[in-house]
Design a binder for this molecule. Sequence first.
Ligand code: GDP
Ligand code: IMO
Ligand code: MG
Length: 432
Amino acid sequence: MPNLTVVGAQWGDEGKGKVVDYLARSAGVVARFQGGPNAGHTVCVDRNTFTFHQIPSAILSPKATCIIGCGCVIDPYVFEHELAVLRKKKISPGQRLVVDCRAHMILPYHQQLDRLRDEQSAKQRIGTTGRGIGPAYADKVNRTGIRAGDLLSEEVFNDKLKHNVAAANFLLMDRYKAEPISLKATAHEYWQATRRIARMIGDGSRMIEDALRRGERVMFEGAQGMHLDIDLGTYPYVTSSTTWAGGVAPGTGISPVWLEEVVGIAKAYTTRVGLGPFPTEMNDADAERLRALGHEYGATTGRPRRCGWFDAPVVRASVRHNKLQALVVTKLDVLDSLEEIKVCHAYRLEGREVGEFDPFHAAEFEPQYETMPGWREQISGCRTFAGLPLRARRYLAKLEELCDCPIALVSVGSERSQTIPFKSNKLRWLRQ
Ligand code: GDP
Ligand code: IMO
Ligand code: MG
């Protein structure tokens, strides 16, 4: 049976939530392998909209067991809120939701430190989501983190917390001149808030491997996007985890030898939230127009997303690093009303033409555009490739050619049903 990894091919918010939900209908297991509540994955089914930050986007598929892998960081308050939203809609994940015992916990001081650092040092500002991601991963790598498995013993938890609160208070008071936090109150509140999560803790790594051995269909859900990767992204304007397919093995605890197919999700244009280079960023008026058409406001923070034209060298770098077998192009319908659509096919750098994005030169790249005519028709009702206007098909063919990767699916709306299988679909996941 095939297994499939889904990654963002740009700077996040490509529509991974929608696509994971669509592809997961036939999955036995779906595991998130990195990130935490910095993610905002929107899923719309039958006019019900859910935004998942912490829980895998496949939770609406009744047959899928959803695992929060060991590479993730977890905010129990966000987790609880998501469960409550699901309960309101009469969805109760029960045994279908498992938290790997090795995943790291986000504590309130992580969020404080994240926000203070971003607010107070203009030079080092990244524009993070303020969800405590960087500090939580820093504790993990510093070997002082609190893991989900530590929530099974109050004594172990309290002992670790004591040391961590002392370290956090030193930073809060000494470096940021902020109020310290109370060990007693934090210990009590956090322990209470994690009693449900504690019952969901298991060995995610073993469960995924067992499913693979049984021949079940297993999916791996990425958060953020290739160019926000801690190693390969636009450092330091990145998140703190491995966002590309290379993160699946360490983020779930299975051998990379198991992995088969990787699909990259790309918007039909480009967006970015937070600071950092963005070669095809539009002028204010065009960006405003696209932002309104695509409702480009962050699903986690509500911040307006920066908008730009499709950047093929950016996606081409994702194709190469991940060895993508296919792309899913989302939000094609957002371009419906445009007279002309620009696509960046290459950059100019010091008189040379450069065909692939490279974070080291990102600020100097001058994007080279090809202009294509818009189709000026509504496509959100289309359900077949043949039903798309010729100009829309030409646009997609151009993206395939420039990114050197076939398209497997096209999304023309946020609803699960607004998804079109593409003519040249090469994914085993969709064929078997
Ligand atoms: P993710 O973080 O990659 O899961 O993406 P987000 O959920 O943050 O942002 C994508 C937004 O676009 C969400 O509001 C989706 O509901 C919406 N969306 C996804 N696919 C489409 C599409 O094909 N067309 C339109 N118009 N909206 C879409
Ligand atoms: P999804 O999964 C878009 C960005 C932040 C910031 C940088 C670091 O919904 O695609 P962090 O809080 O992770 O330390 O912030 O990364 N960022 C995202 N941008 N989509 C996301 O997630 C993001 N998660 C983090 O805006 O620039
Ligand atoms: Mg998002």
